[in-house]
Design a protein around this ligand. Structure first.
Ligand code: DQA
Length: 147
């Protein structure tokens, strides 16, 4: 199985950016840990991060036919990008949305996820571990679909 790990704006600044909210681990380090988990699950990961909405949309389009599923942290785009939501709907790839912080515990503008209705589910609030939980959840879904 091939899984795309897709990260939105400002997540390249993890480790530096508001460590009290997002933790002190860098995105590179999170990705290293995900690789170890992926090996045990026997899945192949492709990593992509962008601060640009259009690039994220294009990567979602390119995933069509090339990937079996997506783990996405759309970051701030979660709350207002109808275009990313529509891209996810268009390709219909099984997708899990993840957030380091618990978006429902924070400012009210973060309580809304426009992408949540078009994904399998959302994991929010477990720090870097949200990505691992997301990968495991997606993997389980993909196995279910095959059987
Ligand atoms: C985030 C939560 C978003 O509200 C925020 O804009 C981010 C990161 C998270 O992982 O907790 O950039 O998606």
């Amino acid at each position: 199985k091939k899984i795309l790990i897709l990260n939105g704006p400002n997540l390249n600044m993890l480790g530096i950016r508001e460590p009290g909210v997002y933790g002190s681990q860098s995105l590179a380090s999170i990705q290293e840990n995900l690789k170890i988990l992926a090996d045990t699950l026997n899945v192949e990961l492709t990593f992509f991060q962008s601060n640009v909405e259009g690039e994220i949309i294009e990567i979602i389009h390119k995933a069509y036919g090339n990937m079996d599923g997506i783990v996405i942290n759309p970051a701030a785009f979660t709350h207002y990008s109808y275009a990313i939501r529509d891209a996810l709907s268009a390709v219909k790839l099984p997708t899990v949305e993840v957030h380091l912080s618990n978006i429902h515990q924070r400012e009210s503008f973060r309580h809304i996820s426009v992408t949540a209705p078009v994904v399998i589910g959302q994991i929010s609030g477990f720090g870097a571990h949200s990505y691992e939980l997301g990968l495991m959840a997606l993997h389980n879904k993909l196995i279910e679909r095959v059987n």
